[in-house]
Design a protein around this ligand. Structure first.
Ligand code: FAD
Ligand code: SF4
Length: 517
């Protein structure tokens, strides 16, 4: 233990690994003479689902840096380091310390997971203390606000929520109340592929080579979790508030302007393209989303970035990020068990190893193993799409996403995976499944060039597994989606395939499923 006070604190202020903000409401009125900040590195948090080594290093290193920042401000911290206490879960660690420290009160901000909220609440109640859980004002929309917004609505369309948030926060809204640039949505200008010549020279994003604290944590993680997935050689994520600020400045200066047009494009050997690389820093609360939104809007006001890129970016942070959190807390823990498409296939091993002759999956999974990162379309339209088409059990897909990404925290990961990507919630979040054939990947990337499969073929030795499984997906779910207004074109295309061919596709899809089981 690195810091300890024997005096019974009047309040134990819990700071979890994804709550590393000096502006946290928990710390706001901290009295250093009477209160004690409590932080804990629990092995369970890195093992209850496997955790990519880079994800564990990021959390532990950022926590240790934050501990130093708190102490520099004169706040007393009781810090349980992974290598200095018995292997106990977060709840047992808290129970032990409640028994020893006997605080009058326990205060924490809303955790990012149902599981953690339950564990900590039970530990407190067992010690006879009702924890005081306060709303986390890192977010622009509180869970109560989201409930109020959602109440009585037939559908929870993100677009409606996003416009509500734009107006409520006066972001990109003109004096007359209309959207800046004359439209709410600039999708027509966005979502372009690079074309054959590729993205050309890209600005390398600023990285943060491991300092002494991070190096120590890297050694610890290699020793304690040698079998965890992922590699650490390229670790350069921001682990402090200052580094998160530098990462934001770098994105605004060098990548924001081209973010919109190329946000859906993919290219071999180019993991970052024009993306922000800010999700992990935001999810750990090292940087406030308001700072991020304001910086993007200011870049547009200065004429440094076009409205299409800035609106596209604001939509992700003010819209999607807040929206999925609202959905997560509104739907409750039962959301994690949803399986609307009754998918039962096991997750193929290639998700953990990257070993496959499908170039797109090999590239994206390899990148995830290297960095703990893939951008949105790689997650949605490569790894997510393949699992959807194959019919993998959604919970296994959810566990993989929670394990493998440095920015993975359940409130944001689960709705994206179960709702948007796997349609496991039956259309609460996405109005129709994100199903596509290999042709989509061919259009948006250079992965298919040189791949041993042909994205145009659905049967035969060269058939692209995505394309085979796409037609088979439509065939399997025709009854479920036939009346869906936005899928008419898909069914017209399916109707052009004769019965013999469909049977051949079915046979090839069954073979693929058997091979990948
Ligand atoms: P950019 O592409 O530059 O986007 C800017 C910011 O917008 C991101 O930093 C992020 O904070 C926010 N954002 C963008 N899209 C979303 C979204 N759909 N939901 C919420 N916020 C969004 N994001 C996570 O932060 N953690 C996750 O665990 C996570 N799991 C995902 C799982 C699946 C299956 C899918 C399809 C998406 C997931 N996302 C997740 C959303 C998104 O892919 C990442 O936020 C984004 O790729 C992070 O990279 P970036 O910072 O470079 O983002
Ligand atoms: Fe992926 Fe199919 Fe393209 Fe190969 S041909 S890269 S498997 S989409």
């Amino acid at each position: 233990m690195t810091s300890m006070t024997d005096a019974n604190p009047s309040r134990l202020l819990l700071v979890l690994g994804d709550q590393l903000s000096l502006d946290s409401p928990v710390l706001r009125d901290c009295d250093p003479d009477r209160d004690l900040v409590w932080m804990c590195e629990a092995a369970d948090e890195a093992t209850h689902v496997p955790s990519h080594k880079a994800r564990t290093v990021l959390f532990l290193s950022a926590m240790r840096h934050f501990r130093e920042a708190l102490r520099a401000r004169g706040l007393p911290v009781h810090y349980r380091a992974l290598d200095q206490h018995e292997d106990t879960g977060l709840d047992q660690a808290l129970a032990d310390d409640l028994a020893r420290l006997r605080p009058a009160e326990v205060v924490l901000a809303e955790p990012g997971e149902h599981r953690v909220r339950t564990l900590l609440t039970h530990a407190c109640r067992a010690a006879g203390i009702e924890p005081h859980i306060i709303s986390d004002d890192h977010f622009l929309c509180s869970t109560d606000d989201f409930q109020r917004w959602a109440k009585g609505r037939k559908t929870l369309l993100m677009e409606h929520f996003y416009r509500f948030m734009r107006k409520r926060n006066a972001v990109l809204i003109d004096a007359d109340g209309q959207p800046a640039g004359g439209a709410w949505n600039f999708d027509k200008a966005n979502r372009r592929p690079f074309g054959r010549q590729g993205p050309g020279m890209l600005p390398a994003p600023v990285g943060f080579p491991p300092d002494a604290i991070t190096r120590e944590v890297m050694g610890l993680v290699e020793r304690r979790f040698p079998d965890a997935p992922g590699r650490l050689d390229a670790f350069d994520w921001p682990v402090t508030v200052e580094q998160a600020e530098a990462a934001l400045a770098d994105f605004i200066a060098h990548r924001l302007a081209a973010f919109g047009p190329f946000q859906d494009a993919m290219w071999k050997g180019e993991p970052w393209l024009y993306h922000a690389r800010l999700s992990a820093a935001m999810n750990l609360k090292l940087i406030d989303p308001r700072r991020v939104i304001d910086a993007a809007v200011a870049a547009w006001e200065r004429g440094h970035a076009p409205i299409a890129s800035v609106e596209g970016f604001v939509r992700q942070v003010l819209g999607w990020r807040e929206y999925v959190r609202g959905v997560y807390w509104r739907e409750g823990p039962g959301y994690l068990g949803r399986n609307a498409l009754e998918a039962r296939q096991p997750l193929p091993d290639l998700y953990w190893t990257g070993e496959t002759d499908m170039t797109c999956l090999r590239t994206v999974v390899g990148q995830v193993l290297d960095f703990g990162y893939a951008h949105h379309i790689q997650r949605l339209m490569v790894t997510g799409l393949f699992a959807l088409l194959l019919g993998v059990e959604p919970r296994q897909v959810h566990q993989w996403y929670l394990a493998m990404f440095v920015d993975a925290v359940e409130w944001v990961e689960a709705p994206n995976t179960l709702g948007m990507s796997q349609f496991a919630d039956g259309g609460l979040l996405a109005s129709k499944p994100y199903a596509a054939s290999g042709a989509y990947i061919q259009r948006m990337s250079n992965y298919c060039r040189g791949c041993r499969y042909n994205p145009k073929e659905a049967v035969g030795a060269d058939a692209c597994p995505f394309t085979t499984l796409y037609w088979n997906f439509l065939d399997r779910h025709r009854a479920r989606f036939a009346d869906h207004p936005r899928t008419a074109l898909m069914w017209r295309n399916l109707d052009r395939i004769d019965a013999d061919r469909l049977a051949e596709i079915r046979g090839q899809a069954d073979q693929l499923r058997a091979q990948l089981s």
